[in-house]
Design a protein around this ligand. Sequence first.
Ligand SMILES: [Zn+2]
Ligand SMILES: [Zn+2]
Length: 307
Amino acid sequence: MDQDYSIAKEIKHLETFGSALDAFFQECEEKNLFKRIPPKETPETAAKRLADGYYLMRPCGCKFHAEETGAIALELFDLLKTHLPEREEDLAHIQDSFVSGKIEVVDFLASVFSNIDNDITKIISEYDLAEDLTTFFAVYLARPFRAKAARMLIEELDLEVWHYGYCPVCGHWASLSHIANKEDNRRTLWCLHCGTHWRFPRIKCAYCLNDDHELLEIVSPVSEESFRIQVCKKCRRYIKEIRSDDPVDQVSFDTVYLGMAALDYSAKDEGCVQDSLLTVRYDNPKGNKSLLYRQKTNSHESQMKAV
Ligand SMILES: [Zn+2]
Ligand SMILES: [Zn+2]
């Protein structure tokens, strides 16, 4: 990392981008997004699913309003063009692929929403799109839909029973961890894909649930210890983490997440594995390579010990 580089400054610089994303999500909340929303179980069945480690969202069979989806995609392109001017050309190329009708945006959304990342990979290579930006677009296009479904699915449920590093709602691995300085170092994980957050033990790997502190390392820039990664020496994965005086509900997770991108380089230096953002923990054991890191259920006692 460049010596003058500061994550705090980068986060400050990204505040307007983060606020624009928040405003975009809020606008989307008012829209009629789904033709068919994910099925919802009774509170008792859903609570049992959570207690057993199964996330709530069943995305297959969901349908979206094509017109609303098109309008949302256009708004998102405008927002990205404003805040990522250096990527204008790449963005225009992605947008053209939709506008020209080569890719139907509502079909693209369906693939993202159902976690069919092979479809996305195929589109990226077929139309020669920038992979990082297309993935970013995919995640943020699906976010309002997932967030709306998440709110509906977690109503009346207590997420305190959830002890895993993947999202209790949509099954994606947590994208950011927050340690609350003023609340006994309480740790919260955040899902980039649906905006859900949940409590998690502080000394534990979100991926393999390793809780041996000798195998967990905190790596941070020397002068910015509040911005760091927790590296697991057991599974070679990592999670970005912010220590903050602000309580969870006052943190703009998107801004912090985007501002901490430079720490991915530190993780590479540590020899960590880097997953695609689209990786989800599937229920189907044959369905996903990330099951190499399948999580075992720990007893409640050992979970709480490390909090
Ligand atoms: Zn989620
Ligand atoms: Zn691990």
